[in-house]
Design a protein around this ligand. Sequence first.
Ligand code: ZN
Length: 186
Amino acid sequence: MPIETSYLGMTVELHEREVENSTYFRYCAAHEFRLQCCEACGLIRYPPTTACPWCASPNASWVIVEGRGTVHSYTEVHHAIQPAFKAFVPYLILLVELDTQRGGPTMHEALRVVGNLTNPDGTLAPRELVESVGIGSRMRMVFTDVAPGLSLPQWTLDHDAPQPERPWRYPGASIGSSTVPSIRSP
Ligand SMILES: [Zn+2]
């Protein structure tokens, strides 16, 4: 059965013919983070795909992967991309580099998993939290239940891990504070 639902005012559809995606999200719905591990070369990959990006083998098994990692990059959204999102700005889209398979298969490659910054319960984080997270922050995965059979993997601060004193943030990225660059009159 395809899943049709809405999340934050946006329509979400998941069809079974998207075999890799529907398998991935079926595990997420059980709050299990699993990725495909290539049976030929042993490398784990993300996002889910039909074949291994390194050796092209189509054979893979779904292995449990620990949802812990470090913020590699982020986007802080202040302008809603559609009216329904107005209530949720500012929010963070995080690219988190997993501890698993870090530095492999080369020093430039890693498993980097996208998600929003959330509270531990999976709801979108408030502004104070948004403004406290940056590159280098240590994160752990939580799941946002959207509908029966559909949960999204998200990221929340890992309070069990040592955090950087000051995670790197884009200069002037905070609004409503003195860090907003002002246009000087001549
Ligand atoms: Zn492979």
